[in-house]
Design a protein around this ligand. Structure first.
Ligand SMILES: [Zn+2]
Length: 328
C-alpha cells in the first residue's frame, strides 16, 4: 500500500517537472520570437532611415551645386553687364567728343533766342563767382523751393561751401580760378592754365571733372580787348575742342550791373523783363559777398517762374552751348 502511494507520487512529480520544463521552453521560445520580430522591425526602420538619409544627402548636394551654378551665372552676367556698360559709356563719350569737334569746326553763332536744350518751358538758374558768404542762404531757399541750380565757381570760395552745393544736388560749372580778366585774357595759355586750375580744384574738393563752363564776363565781354585782340573768338572754339560746353545766359536778374546791388524788386523785375516769352531760359545771377540782395529776391523769382509754367533743371555738358555775340 505504502509502496503504491510512493510510486504515484514519483509519477506525479515527474509529470509536473516535465510540464514545467515544457512551459518554460515555450515561454522562452515565445520571448525569442517576439524579440526577433522587434529586432527585425527595428533593423528595417534603420535601413529605411539610412536610405532616406542617403536621399537627403543626394538632394542637398544637388541643391548646393545648383546654388553654386546660379551664383556663378549671376557673377558672370554681372561682369558681362559691367563690361557692356563700360563699352557703352566709352562709345557715348566718343560720340559726344566727335559732336563737339563738329560743333567747334563751325563758326560760333549767337543763339540766345533759339537756344532750346529741352522740351517745354525750362528755367536754368545759374550763380556765378561763388561760393561766398551768401551760399548757405541761397542753398536753403533752393531746398525749400525744391529747385536745382547750376553754380559757376571760382577758386576763392570755401571748400566746405563747394561741397555743400554739390551734395545738395546742384551742378558745378567752371568760371576760371582767378576770375582776373588781366590774367585770364592775357593769352590762350594763360586762360587754359586758369581753367585747368579750377577744374583740378573742383576735382580735389568734390571728385568730379566738370565739363561745363562760363567765361568771366561772358563770351560777349569787351574787357578782353584790352589784353588780347580776338581772344574770345579763339577761346570759344578752343574750349569746345577741349570737351567743355560753355554757357552764357539769355536772361538775368541784373544783380551785377551796378556798384551797389539793386533792390529786391529791381531784381525781380529784371528777371521778368529778360525772361520775356522764351521757352528755355538760362538766368544769370551771382553768389558773391557784394550781391547781398540776390538771395532776398530769389523766392519770388522762383515762384513767378513756376506760375509762368517753367520747370527747373541744371545745365549739363551734353547740351548745346549758349552764346551771346562775340565782341572780341
Ligand atoms: Zn563772374
Amino acid at each position: 500500500m505504502k509502496k503504491r502511494r510512493r510510486g504515484s507520487t514519483v509519477f506525479l512529480g515527474t509529470v509536473t517537472v516535465i510540464l514545467a520544463i515544457t512551459v518554460l521552453f515555450f515561454f522562452c521560445k515565445g520571448r525569442d520570437i517576439v524579440q526577433k520580430s522587434v529586432d527585425a522591425a527595428l533593423s528595417q526602420d534603420d535601413t529605411r532611415l539610412s536610405a532616406l538619409q542617403q536621399q537627403i544627402d543626394v538632394l542637398e548636394k544637388a541643391l548646393a551645386k545648383m546654388q553654386e551654378d546660379a551664383d556663378k551665372k549671376q557673377r558672370e552676367s554681372e561682369e558681362k553687364e559691367a563690361e557692356w556698360t563700360k563699352e557703352r559709356e566709352s562709345y557715348e563719350k566718343q560720340i559726344a567728343d566727335l559732336k563737339k569737334q563738329v560743333l567747334a569746326s563751325k563758326p560760333i553763332k549767337s543763339n540766345t533766342k533759339s537756344w532750346a536744350p529741352a522740351e517745354g518751358k525750362v528755367a536754368y538758374l545759374t550763380f556765378d563767382d561763388g561760393p561766398s558768404v551768401n551760399t548757405d542762404k541761397i542753398l536753403s531757399i533752393l531746398e525749400e523751393k525744391d529747385v536745382k541750380a547750376t553754380w559757376f565757381v571760382v577758386g576763392s570760395g570755401k571748400d566746405e561751401e563747394l561741397k555743400r552745393i554739390y551734395e545738395a544736388g546742384h551742378a558745378i560749372g567752371l568760371h576760371t580760378y582767378s576770375h582776373d580778366y588781366a590774367k585770364c585774357y592775357k593769352d590762350e595759355d594763360s586762360f587754359y592754365r586758369d581753367l585747368d586750375q579750377i577744374e583740378q580744384h573742383v576735382y580735389d574738393v568734390i571728385g568730379i571733372h566738370s565739363r561745363i563752363m562760363r567765361f568771366p564776363g561772358g563770351l560777349s565781354n569787351r574787357v578782353s580787348m584790352k589784353y588780347n585782340q580776338g581772344i574770345m573768338s579763339r577761346l570759344a572754339v578752343g574750349v569746345l575742342q577741349r570737351g567743355y560746353t560753355f554757357f552764357d545766359w539769355n536772361a538775368a536778374n541784373n544783380d551785377a550791373l551796378t556798384k551797389e546791388p539793386p533792390s529786391k524788386q529791381e531784381l525781380i523785375d529784371a528777371v521778368k523783363t529778360t525772361v520775356g516769352t522764351k521757352n528755355c531760359v538760362c538766368i544769370l545771377m551771382h553768389d558773391s559777398k557784394s550781391r547781398y540782395t540776390t538771395p532776398d529776391a530769389l523766392p519770388e523769382i522762383i515762384d513767378w517762374l513756376r506760375e509762368q509754367g517753367y520747370r527747373f533743371d541744371v545745365l549739363t555738358a551734353d547740351m548745346p552751348y549758349l552764346a551771346q555775340t562775340i565782341a572780341n
